[in-house]
Design a protein around this ligand. Sequence first.
Ligand code: UDX
Length: 445
Amino acid sequence: MNICVIGTGYVGLVTGACLADAGHSVICVDKDAEKIGLLKKNKTPIYEPGLSSLLRKNSIDFKTEIDREAVASDVFIIAVGTPPNQSDSRPNLSFVYDAADELGKKLGDLKGKAYKIVIIKSTVPPGTTSRVKKMILKELKHKKNIKLDIVFNPEFLREGSAIKDTLYPDRIVLGIESERSAKILKKLFKSFVKQENPAFLLTDIPSAEMVKYASNAFLATKISFINEIAYLCELAGANIDGVSKGIGMDKRIGKAFLNAGLGYGGSCFPKDTKALDHLAGDHGHVFHLLKAVIDVNNMQKKRFLHKIQKVLNGVENKTIGLLGLAFKQDTDDIRESIAIDMIDSLIERGAKIKAHDPLAEKKAREFFSGREKNIVFCDSPYEAAKGSHALIIATEWESFARLDLSKMRKTMKKPVIFDGRNLLDPQKVKNKGFAYHAVGGHERG
Ligand code: UDX
């Protein structure tokens, strides 16, 4: 099929690359000329395992506008960002509406009969997809030659495993308004996912829009729940490792997303939980549980900071080695990263930071530009540890679990580790002569 993907973020670019790899003819459009310039030169603006090679292998057309060639596509996928507003943290839908506006205008210029499907993949509150359709129809001036169907298809890919998640989805949710579009899209999905019988859920559009928010809110709830239990473990003399395992062995609960730590970050959970809370409020409903999930996540980092300050007897003029800047492992994304928050709080309290991350250093440098006085970026975890009064693990990079602790200990001012992701084996760390503090219980400290 001829497919036009609007927006070249994690979702748009990965979707476009997977579609192209399955033999579809793909055009990717983005207003960001710098990004398009890089992509045209075969450079990938984001880090995502396997993405560069997929883009190199397949020829995708990159453009800064929906031109004549792009508007001739059969299917349009809107995958632009819906970042939170600075003022009230509601989702900013202007990029979705701008894309709809441009698409409507360009479709309005088309001569002859055509059937077009517009898929919204951006995460949007229920009602938005219908509004987008009305906007496009308005631009089309309800011309009879263009038949348009709109579909909402939530995206569940995780950064760091985006390609795998796209090719092997747990489910494909399609919010549809016509059988015709459903039939075409089922065929389209079957053409690129690697499962023989992918699991489809066909539903109405507002329900599909809600599935995305509800899924992310539920996963965030699991994380805040386990973090609360971890805190209770600390108070009651239990150990979160055993407790997490014991809960997760119940098939009804499942073991995923039960890792206690500094809390959730990233471009989705913080944004989507707040958006859902606003949505509830707009409908006159107080979503108590969700509010608690958000509060616990904010509290979690404060609790850890309190622990650090207590153990170190304050952090003023102390040098802290900090491992991890990305919001999680296998990504260079620092959006809503707890590690970044942690650095800000420590610097505010007078600490000097020596930070290391395998991938996210460049983005963190940009973020802290102008404030370099209190932060040094290091090429290796050993360099970050050198001369430090303590070491904090803020991101769950697997490589941090395999550090040579004896080597580290020799160069540190004080052998203290704060493991904010419960990544290390407490006994091994203690055997190497470290004071070890983590999240949730007697062994974890
Ligand atoms: C998430 C959803 O998983 C994905 O389906 C959706 O499309 C986008 O949002 P992502 O933001 O890439 O994906 O990251 P994810 O792997 O879900 O982790 C989110 C955050 O939760 C990270 O900060 C991670 O450190 C934290 N987390 C995750 C925990 O603290 N504990 C866990 O057990 C799991």
